[in-house]
Design a protein around this ligand. Structure first.
Ligand code: ZN
Length: 139
């Protein structure tokens, strides 16, 4: 496996990171050196050394935007399934499953509030609709 050192630009981090995992180069303290060139060289040496030493498998898989997306689609899929369920006897069960997925998603969103406002809104709406469905199913 060839891994690459890549420039990472995120809301909370700008700098060098690994293309394969969540590793980022986080130098402790400012680069040292008598001149800018030397500081830059030291910085790059330290970066390359730490990059070479890190083990991808040990890093949290934080870069998986794809997974985040899947989770999101997951609750939306379950939510839709509850709404379109034609069998009234199954609606309640579908509602419960969807609510569970939504609450779980909501929890993970609240731990990372960045750019989750829109989805949080959708979740609030979905929970409202599900509560209506639940009331109707209980008739
Ligand atoms: Zn890595």
């Amino acid at each position: 496996m060839t891994r690459k050192l890549v420039w990472v630009e995120q809301q909370r981090f700008r700098g060098w990171g690994c293309a394969e995992c969540a590793w980022v180069f986080n130098p402790s303290g400012a680069p040292t050196g008598k001149s800018l060139d030397e500081a830059k060289r030291n910085f790059e040496l330290q970066r390359d050394k730490e990059f070479t030493l890190h083990v991808c498998a040990d890093q949290p898989r934080a870069k998986n935007e794809g997974t985040k997306h899947e989770v999101k689609q997951d609750w939306e899929k379950l939510y839709r399934a509850a709404i379109i369920e034609p069998d009234r006897s199954k609606v309640l069960q579908r509602v419960e499953v969807a609510e569970g997925a939504i609450l779980e998603r909501s929890r993970s969103l609240s731990s990372s509030p960045a750019n989750s406002g829109k989805e949080q809104e959708a979740i609030t709406r979905a929970l409202h609709i599900l509560s209506l469905l639940r009331a109707k199913a209980g008739d």
